[in-house]
Design a protein. Structure first.
Length: 196
């Protein structure tokens, strides 16, 4: 079913906690980090590199003050959706609204560069019409999260800072057990650029 599943990368958040430590002019999405494969790339490029090639419909949601992020995403075959809000709900709604007719959507956070491609593929495999597919590591829900077709209206109705977690109650949750701490690891502060 993956041929009709789109990937939505959320890259609109301003990373205020990161900027407090690194400096106001430092965008965490452009910070260099060594990926799980050992290669040094920017945070956003690590995220894009890890996505399965089978997901052909690709949308990145960001703000208009991130031209470098947009260029990087376009180089990886992404369509760009520019929004003014930085809220996660607004970002998800804008991304899904760009491709509402798909069978499902994989929601990926732009600041989680250490997720193994195999974990992402397993989450994608768990997506079905009335299911939420979520990776679980050490008993905790992680990212990315896949939503089946029936969640489209709910995803497009999200707004503000609230993510899609409340939608979990509207269908079946498929817990995908992974031995991958990367599904819980986001880059909120500069120290998190080193995965351990």
């Amino acid at each position: 079913m993956s041929e009709s599943i789109g990937v939505i990368v959320l890259a609109a958040g301003q990373g205020s906690r990161f900027r407090q430590v690194a400096g106001e002019d430092k965008d965490k999405l452009l910070a260099d980090c060594a990926g799980r494969d050992g290669a040094v790339r920017s945070v956003i490029e690590q995220v894009l590199v890890n996505l399965p090639a089978s997901l052909e419909k690709r949308v990145l949601v960001t703000t208009d003050d991130r031209p470098q992020v947009m260029r990087m995403a376009q180089a990886y075959g992404f369509e760009i959706v520019v929004i003014e809000s930085t809220g996660m709900g607004d970002s998800i709604a804008a991304g899904v609204s760009e491709c509402p007719a798909l069978s499902g959507w994989l929601i990926v956070l732009g600041d989680m560069p250490f997720i193994l491609p195999s974990s992402i593929e397993r989450v994608v495999a768990g997506i079905a019409d009335d299911c939420v597919s979520v990776p679980v590591h050490a008993g905790e829900y992680g990212h990315p999260v896949g939503f089946g077709r029936s969640f489209g209206p709910g995803l497009m109705g999200l707004s503000g800072d609230h993510g899609a977690k409340p939608l979990f109650a509207q269908g079946r949750v498929v817990e995908v057990a992974v031995e991958d701490a990367g599904v819980l690891w986001d880059v909120d502060v500069p120290a998190a650029l080193v995965f351990s």
